[in-house]
Design a binder for this molecule. Structure first.
Ligand code: UFG
Length: 319
């Protein structure tokens, strides 16, 4: 069975490619290398350097494929506020072109990389898939729009699709060629920034006056290997023309200070930190209800925050 992995040169996509190949799948990668890295792509995959915005590239990449895991897209909340057009174009129009290509090629199965950013400021916690989508930034709005497009595609054209709504992804996969690290530039995510902090460049803690037990924001972190195991289970569950939304997190929250403590234990040194003002657009608490993933995919995460920071530290060559 051949899977097209769009965005297979990125942090999460390249991890998926390796794990799919290990499980015996054939893999084609479509990536324009705008944010991904050529050296992250397994040499066992067929690589098409091209864009989901180019129908010819999509047609070429879909050849002989049976299903698609769609990671390609722009994924930075802050950038999406500055460049909303770019997000609507790449994420929404790119997915439209991909869906049109799939329809022409008769491919009816897709797992989509959606996001907890679709929910916006949660009304209740933990967050259920049935909660309203009230995104607070263009990134989340584009992911919510794509989820709607997939529902229409299922209703009218027989697509079998699962949107996986990720919470905060961390950790890394160790391969025979080394670790597949998170390599963003600039890096905005908490865990890499905590791990790289030094006395001269301490990590900024965005707000210590939130209505939480220690005053810092709470997020639900999930290990990238657990996350991809859920994608592989989702592929196996695509057997009817329906669209299903499933949250992927660990189902428990960690505060910024708890993440710093876990990193300090992994590195066996103090993590230098600096109190900073709140970051615009951050909700206080984001935690997933993961009952649906447990029930529908028979999936449960097994790697805790200690493992996530340890693996991220290895991947960033800090230990
Ligand atoms: N934080 C800091 N200092 C930093 C970076 C982050 O204090 O240097 C704090 C943030 O304020 C937030 C928490 O750490 O409270 C996590 O921040 P991240 O930037 O690592 O992640 P976000 O929660 O902002 O966003 C991530 C993904 C989004 C996704 C969201 C869903 O980047 O794509 O999780 O939960 F939508």
């Amino acid at each position: 069975m051949r899977i097209l992995v769009t965005g297979g040169a990125g942090y999460i996509g390249s991890t998926a490619v390796r794990m799919l190949i290990e499980k015996g799948f054939d893999v084609t990668v479509l990536d324009d290398l705008s944010t991904g890295h050529r050296d992250a792509i397994s040499s066992s995959a067929t690589f098409i350097e091209g864009s989901i915005l180019n129908p010819d590239d999509v047609t070429t990449a879909l050849k002989e494929c049976d299903a698609v895991i769609h990671f390609a897209g722009k994924s930075l909340v802050g950038e999406s506020v500055l460049k909303p057009d770019l997000y609507w174009s790449v994420n929404v129009e790119g997915t439209r072109i991909l869906l049109d290509g799939m329809r022409k090629a008769g491919i009816t199965r897709m797992v989509f990389s959606s996001s907890a950013a679709t929910y916006g400021e949660p009304l209740t916690t933990p967050i259920l898939e049935t909660d309203p989508t009230l995104p607070t930034n263009p990134y989340g709005a584009t992911k919510a729009r794509i989820d709607e497009m997939l529902a229409v595609e299922s209703d009218h054209y027989g697509l079998s699709a699962i949107s996986l709504r990720y919470f905060n992804v961390a950790g890394a996969l160790s391969t025979s060629q080394g670790w597949l690290a998170e390599r963003h530039s600039p890096e905005t995510h908490l865990i890499p920034n905590v791990l790289r902090s030094t006395q001269e460049n301490p990590v900024s803690v965005f707000g210590t006056d939130w209505p939480t037990s220690d005053g810092t924001c709470i997020r639900d972190y999930v290990h990238v290997v657990d996350l991809i195991e859920a994608h592989i289970k989702a592929l196996g569950a695509l057997n009817s023309p329906t669209h299903t939304i499933i949250n992927l997190g660990s189902g428990r929250g960690y505060s910024v200070f708890e993440v710093i403590d876990a990193a300090s234990a992994a590195l066996a040194r103090e993590v230098h930190r600096r109190k900073s003002p709140r970051r615009d657009g951050d909700p206080a608490v984001l935690v997933a209800d993961i009952s649906r993933a447990k029930t529908l995919l028979s999936w449960a995460p097994t790697r805790d925050i200690a493992q996530m920071v340890l693996d991220s530290a290895h991947a960033l060559e800090l230990i």
